[in-house]
Design a protein around this ligand. Structure first.
Ligand code: GLC
Length: 544
């Protein structure tokens, strides 16, 4: 960088000043974060919603059954059928992805639910076509990754859209009946039995294969985390008189941290992003970190350096492509940071192909440095959230399950985050490189698919034991599942095998055909059926 013209160097210096978050600042942010987490749990509330989710246990790895899950993330829609097998912590998954049309994100409510119902219908008709017709309705775990108030697990009142969504008629409403109505209208035999945030799904899916996992994070289009709290530490739930030691997963919605702009170091670019967004004043933390915004922060810097500074980067060139908001996504920055060449040839090509701009060598240096600064700030600020939860819950040592495009694909994000955690939590230097940090952020299992299935399984387990706290429609859990195993035995899972249930089961058509009936451990009933009787899929049995 020694050969850079003086005015470019000055610009790089001022970007460094604006975007660098030193250890002292990281610690201050974390401290404030801890108190904001507390505030969100209080009756008065704060800017972080800290939403109770009615996910009230970690999995033990022995959950079983087949579940349908729908993931409505920021970019795609995904429908999955997940089978939690009889082998500990193992699962099979069949899935289809559908693109979420851009215009739906700012359209009308009915169009959204109709589109989702169509995708689900297509999935059940194609992916499940080899299965016997379904009797009753298939319960669905709906991963709806936006802040939602849940008085019940099968309810989700949208607090506000995030991640650039702005669909009329949904904020303040319970989304579950909206989707159910669209499904019923098409005669699709599916009913939403649990509404799940992607972070809660990530927490539960990760804990299924690694019991050390105590926090689930998403660093993707949006940014958020979930962890397990005790009901006794959630003053805003005190009126429900739940046992103080009962666990309750909290979807923090930490993207809203510092909406009042007290502590985060905001640059003028952050201020523009906020002002131009569909929800100014919201998601202050997320707007500094999440994939949706990283490319836009970078674009704003480039435009500023072309228009307003002495340097005038891209001098004499038409920057019309660069002027288009949100034209660059986080993968553009990833590619810049990944450029392996000393002369930044790939970056030059990228600017030529995507933006029709020719860059000088000093400009390329500045571009690279700007990308590094944005990516580093995002990783370091993210670490403050993780450190805050670990501090609040005294979680060291633990593992943190993380998912999302930024975590999985953005160069150096993990290492930069780990370095920031070390600074915030004052860990001593490692004695050898293979040693684990007291808090390790690791790649998570698929939260929106497997996590959703596990949450449905855990809720069923709870329901089977007679615990219906936080379940609005218990009748949707009155579902037994029947599978054919290798030995010619139909296994029915997902309902209590109390004496009364067996008696009632014997009255049900399915069991009348039995040759033998016997009990297994846990909530499982195996029935041997005579040859020639074909039953598979999910069957609604009126057992209770
Ligand atoms: C946004 C949403 C939140 C979600 C996160 C990651 O922050 O509000 O619910 O978990 O994005 O997808």
């Amino acid at each position: 960088m020694a050969d850079l013209p003086k005015d470019l160097l000055t610009e790089i210096k001022s970007l460094e000043e604006a975007f660098t978050v030193d250890t002292t600042k990281l610690k201050q942010i974390t401290k404030h974060f801890v108190s904001e987490l507390e505030k969100g749990l209080s009756v008065e509330g704060g800017s972080i919603p800290m939403n109770p989710t009615w996910v009230m246990d970690f999995p033990d790895g022995y959950e079983t059954g087949t579940y349908l899950a729908l993931d409505m993330g920021g970019t795609n829609l995904r429908v999955c059928e997940i089978t939690l097998t009889n082998n500990k912590s193992e699962f099979d998954i069949v899935q289809s992805k559908y693109r979420m049309p851009e215009e739906l994100k700012t359209g009308h409510s009915e169009e959204l639910w109709e589109y989702i119902a169509d995708c689900l219908q297509q999935f059940v008709e194609t992916q499940r076509s080899d299965k016997a017709p379904v009797q009753g309705k298939i319960p669905l775990g709906f991963t709806f990754s936006y802040p939602a108030t849940q008085n019940y697990i099968d309810e989700g009142i949208l607090q506000r859209w995030t991640k650039g969504f702005d669909i009329d008629g949904v904020e303040g409403e319970n989304v579950v009946p909206m989707l159910d109505a669209a499904l019923a209208q098409r005669g699709v035999p599916i009913v939403v039995s649990a509404l799940i945030n992607d972070t809660t799904g990530t927490l539960i899916a990760s804990a299924y294969t690694d019991p050390k996992m105590k926090i689930g994070c998403i660093f993707g289009t949006g940014c958020n985390a979930a962890y397990m709290e005790h009901c006794g530490s959630i003053p805003k739930l005190a009126h429900m008189n739940l046992p103080a030691d009962m666990p309750m997963a909290i979807n923090c919605e930490w993207g809203a941290f510092d909406n009042e702009h007290k502590i985060l170091p905001r640059t003028k670019y952050d201020i523009i992003i906020d002002k131009e967004s569909p929800r100014p004043g919201q998601q202050a933390f997320e707007k500094c970190i999440a994939g949706l915004y990283l490319g836009e922060i970078f674009r704003l810097i480039m435009v500023d350096l072309h228009d307003n500074k002495d340097v005038h980067i891209f001098e004499g060139q038409d920057i019309k492509h660069l002027r288009k908001p949100y034209t660059l996504d986080a993968s553009f920055l990833s590619a810049i940071e990944d450029d392996p060449f000393e002369n930044l040839q790939e970056t030059a090509d990228l600017f030529k192909d995507k933006l029709q701009l020719t860059c000088t060598q000093p400009e390329l240096e500045l571009i690279r440095r700007a990308a590094e600064l944005i990516g580093t700030r995002a990783a370091r600020l993210s670490a403050c959230g993780v450190a805050a939860i670990c501090t609040k819950k005294n979680l060291q040592p633990c593992h943190v399950g993380a998912d999302g495009s930024v975590f999985n694909k953005y160069p150096h994000f993990k290492a930069r985050g780990a370095q920031a955690l070390r600074e915030i939590l004052d860990w001593p230097a490692k004695s050898n490189a293979s040693e684990e940090d007291p808090v390790e952020i690791l790649a998570a299992e698929d939260g929106s698919g497997v996590g959703a299935a596990l949450i449905a399984a855990l809720t069923l387990k709870r329901f089977s034991k007679g615990d219906v706290a936080g379940i609005l429609h218990p009748e949707n859990f009155n579902v037994a599942q029947v599978h054919f195993d290798d030995l010619g035995v139909y296994i029915i899972t997902n309902f209590t095998i109390g004496a009364e249930a067996v008696e009632k089961a014997e009255d049900a058509a399915l069991i009348k055909h039995r040759r033998d009936i016997f009990r297994e451990e846990g909530a499982k009933l195996a029935v041997i059926l005579p040859e020639g009787i074909e039953i598979n899929g999910v069957i609604q049995l009126a057992l209770f």
